[in-house]
Write a protein that binds this ligand. Structure first.
Ligand code: HPA
Length: 246
């Protein structure tokens, strides 16, 4: 079986049902990853877990060392990554607490170390990114959700903003016109770095809130936490079913 990793986002700093076998720090040429890598068994199958924002949760999206995280996973022999991420919902199907499986990305982030191909010793490399997520992994996650009867929106465009602030109403309007269904802060450069190292990568998005301007009033941390509580529990059930189906 190919080695699998789960990167947990906001609301998922650990998987409580994981039967932990090993915890290790990994050094990389790019510096330190977000946290230690936890190897464990879920449904009798091994996986590696990494808390994207650190454990405790204290690394903001723009300060995550994405290169170190992805490099370390490759070094650990991981071949497939499921990235769990909290997002805001833009289009009507993306309601709070819903799970979604984006199939496209628009990157609005900036000032992040977004490639492994940027030293003068490597020939200029332009990787293909037409289809940014692994179709095979996405199909398996759709099957897993069907097996659990958990509703999952099976496609959508993920817009990645810089954060850590949330967006303005006008920014969300522009993103919607661009074709974004979801907005998050960590989807890039994580997805492209995985592609550069030939790792299969899919994102399981959990909608935490309606994006800015989609409801009256402000977005509160309280509503985000409330929706993530339900959404992440569903995400874990889908991940368990995904592992069982392997
Ligand atoms: N915008 C960006 N990232 C997010 C949001 C949002 O509304 N909710 C959770 N992550």
């Amino acid at each position: 079986m190919k080695k699998i990793a789960i990167i947990g986002g906001t609301g998922l700093t650990q998987i409580s049902d994981l039967n932990i076998i090993n915890r290790e720090q990994v050094a990389t040429p790019y510096g330190s990853p977000s946290a230690e890598f936890v190897t464990g068994e879920l449904n009798q199958k091994q996986l590696v877990f990494l808390a994207r924002h650190g454990n405790p949760h204290n690394i903001p999206p723009h300060k995550i060392n994405y290169r170190a995280n992805i490099w370390a996973l490759k070094q650990l022999g991981v071949e497939k990554i499921i990235a769990v991420a909290a997002v805001g919902g833009i289009t009507p199907a993306m309601e709070p607490a819903r799970l979604a499986l984006p199939d496209q990305i628009i990157d609005y982030s900036y000032d992040r170390k977004h490639t492994f191909f940027d030293d003068e010793f490597t020939p200029v490399t332009h990787i293909d990114f037409t289809v940014p997520y692994s179709q095979a992994l996405r199909k398996q996650l759709i099957a897993a959700a069907a097996a659990t009867n958990i509703k999952l929106v099976s496609a959508g465009t993920y817009g990645c903003t810089q954060g850590p602030r949330l967006e303005t109403t006008a920014e969300i309007k522009r993103m919607e016109q661009d074709g974004c269904d979801l907005v998050g802060m960590t989807g890039m450069p994580e997805a492209v770095l995985a592609r550069e190292l030939a790792l299969e990568y899919a994102a399981l998005a959990v909608v935490a809130n309606w994006a800015a301007g989609k409801t009256e009033g402000e977005i509160t941390m309280k509503e985000i936490e409330h929706n993530l509580h339900t959404g992440m529990a569903n995400a874990i059930d889908v991940l368990k079913a995904f592992i069982a189906l392997l």
